[in-house]
Ligand binder design. Structure first.
Ligand code: GCB
Length: 594
């Protein structure tokens, strides 16, 4: 009996493992380039119910029942207005610190059209989302920073439709990111929501970039969703004289390789071409740039020439209003600050930021390191983690693979070397390359050995990467063992390194000594930048830097009531955008590299 039970239990464990290690989401593959489609925005004022004690499912809020007679009571109703896209924390003072469940409702009218399909597309909602249309569940999605969609062709009604969405922002041990992270956990439907209408057979996805290592050969594929495989796809790039007809195979894919004489994309001249894909049923257009990116020895080559990445990190936040950045104007504000600093590169820390921001960065001539929110404290030993992490990686790549500005996919930030970690991240690096062989794969490490003045860079995982990042807070978390100019870096990796984070905190307007007695003041931060730049200049394999961080940002983990009070003050700009002294030090350094 005992062993039978044990057998049953272990079988049950395997079944559960399989259930949970399979896709962590029921959303369907989302289509590429939603804004190039026939869309109807559902942005604007929605109504919400704050589900303080998580009773929504039990109450069946998704049914949005109305009392039919005065004696019948219904214990919920949608009343409170809430803007979409936005976080809820900044919209209601009661929700400032709220991590939990909120139910959203939006009504819209529709007319079903023969031969057309309709999808509902969410740019992102943080963190766990369940979607219901007219009382029926469409599915769910896990992850706060990537898109998801559901086909609603059959669920759509003529006339009024009722969309109900529950979003849960509670942090969990087995989530990505996990329990403890250094940024504000903005909850809600934080990016655009739209209805997208397509023909029965539609261009779902495509990848149009230069082949790895080539500066004139495009290797492209197009995926058509639908049953009619007799369709042909036209691919044209008029400004490059390209006009091709692609045959679709039985799995819906069409592939082509062709040569073209492109003016290549660079940060100085961020040239893009209008690419048109069409079938006899639809046309999808997108501006796409072409460039090559490779690593050769210790160098990063952009279009065959060595490049130094003059970068900066930032969160997707409008600090002065303590809210998620959501609009194009928000993206422009942040990106323009990076340009003003003299950057040619950004690290969109620590998660995929909005698709609009990424597109705008490409137009503005900024190369990008984009990463998934796999940030410290991840349960690598937990079998569900690899599935979730790979899912997020797939979604990030699926969304942004046609952005030539993205030169680096990063699979993690600050992980502790251990067999489980190495197994998970090695698998992820392989997945990353199989999804997109054209870009560089990276990761940022902080577990670094130092012996006196010498720093040894040797994280085992770095061998699996094309380029690696080091987060090193000299003069802040790590005291200088000696004068900055005496520091040396050694590595047997023979790969380019990026100093993916360094910095220190200063409250704008705090002045004092540059020595440690004056910690938290602008002069200390200014000196820290000078010292770090002196150290960086001596690292023979350094090929880029992204200091931490562009703007001061909100973080509940920052508890120093005098200087932080819920803010991480490592910004080169204050929350209001005022330039701290260190800003000028970095700007001068970037100018000197021209
Ligand atoms: C780090 C993290 C970043 C933090 C930063 C800090 O190493 O990658 O997310 O915000 O340090 O300020 O401590």
């Amino acid at each position: 009996m005992y062993s039978f039970n044990r057998l049953l239990l272990s079988n049950l464990a395997i079944v559960l493992l399989l259930v949970f290690t399979s896709s962590p989401t029921s959303a369907q593959n989302f289509m590429t380039n939603p804004s190039g489609r026939n869309t109807n925005s559902l942005n604007g004022t929605w109504k919400v119910i704050i589900d303080w004690y998580n009773r929504g499912n039990q109450l069946k809020i998704y049914q949005d029942r109305k009392a039919k007679k005065p004696t019948e009571f219904v214990e919920y109703s949608f009343n409170q207005p809430m803007q979409v896209p936005s976080d809820w924390n900044s919209q209601d003072p009661h929700l400032f610190m709220w991590e939990g469940n909120v139910w959203y409702k939006k009504e819209f009218t529709a007319t079903r059209k023969a031969g057309k399909r309709t999808f509902i597309y969410f740019g992102a909602a943080n963190y766990l989302t369940e979607v219901y249309l007219n009382g029926k569940k469409l599915g769910s999605h896990e992850g706060g920073f990537t898109p998801f969609q559901f086909e609603i062709t059959d669920a759509l009604q003529d006339g009024t439709n009722k969309l109900i969405v529950s979003v849960n922002s509670q942090r969990k041990e087995e989530s990505i990111p996990a329990m403890n992270y250094d940024w504000w956990n903005y909850g809600g439907i934080t990016r655009d929501v739209s209805l997208i209408e397509t023909p029965a057979n539609f261009i779902e996805d495509y990848f149009i970039q230069l082949k790895k290592g080539s500066q004139n050969e495009v290797e492209a594929w197009v995926k058509v969703n639908g049953l009619d495989k007799s369709k042909k796809v036209n691919l044209s790039i008029p400004a490059a004289g390209i006009n091709k007809v692609l045959e679709i195979d039985t799995s819906g894919y069409a592939r082509i390789t062709f040569k073209a004489d492109f003016k290549l994309w660079t940060p100085e001249t961020p040239k893009q071409y209008e690419v048109t894909l069409s079938t006899d049923e639809e046309t999808v257009k997108e501006s796409i740039g072409f460039r090559s990116i490779e690593v050769k020895g210790l160098d990063i080559l952009l279009n065959g020439k060595p490049v130094f990445l003059k970068g900066v990190n930032f969160h997707e936040e409008i600090a002065k209003e303590m809210r998620r950045a959501t609009s194009d104007a928000d993206a422009r504000l942040i990106l323009q600050s990076a340009k003003d600093l003299g950057c040619n590169f950004i690290r969109t820390a620590h998660y995929p930021q909005s698709e609009n921001l990424v597109k705008m960065a490409e137009e503005m001539g900024l190369m990008i390191w984009e990463e998934i929110p796999l940030w410290q404290g991840i349960q690598f030993g937990n079998p569900i983690i690899l599935g979730k992490a790979e899912f997020m990686l797939r979604e990030m790549i699926r969304r942004d693979k046609n952005r030539c500005s993205i030169i680096i996919w990063s699979i993690s930030n600050e992980t502790t070397p251990a067999p489980d970690r190495d197994r998970v991240l090695t698998n992820m690096a392989a997945t990353c390359r199989s999804l997109d062989p054209t870009r560089l794969v990276s990761s940022a490490f902080n577990q670094i050995k130092m012996n006196g003045n010498t720093t040894y860079v040797n994280d085992t995982l770095a061998r699996q990467l094309d380029v690696y990042g080091i987060n090193r807070y000299m003069g802040w978390y790590s005291p200088w063992p000696d004068k900055p100019g005496t520091m040396t870096f050694k590595s047997e990796l023979n790969k380019p390194m990026i100093m993916s984070e360094f910095g220190g905190e200063a409250k704008y307007g705090n002045h004092g000594n540059a020595d440690s007695a004056g910690l938290w003041n602008e002069e200390y931060q200014e000196q820290l930048y000078k010292d770090n730049i002196q150290m960086l200049k001596n690292i023979p394999f350094l090929r880029g830097i992204t200091p931490w961080v562009l703007y001061d940002f909100r973080s509940p983990t920052r508890l120093n009531s005098e200087n932080q009070f819920g803010w991480n003050r490592k910004g080169l700009l204050s929350d209001k955008g005022e330039k701290k002294k260190a800003w000028y030090v970095l700007k001068a350094f970037y100018e000197s590299l021209k």
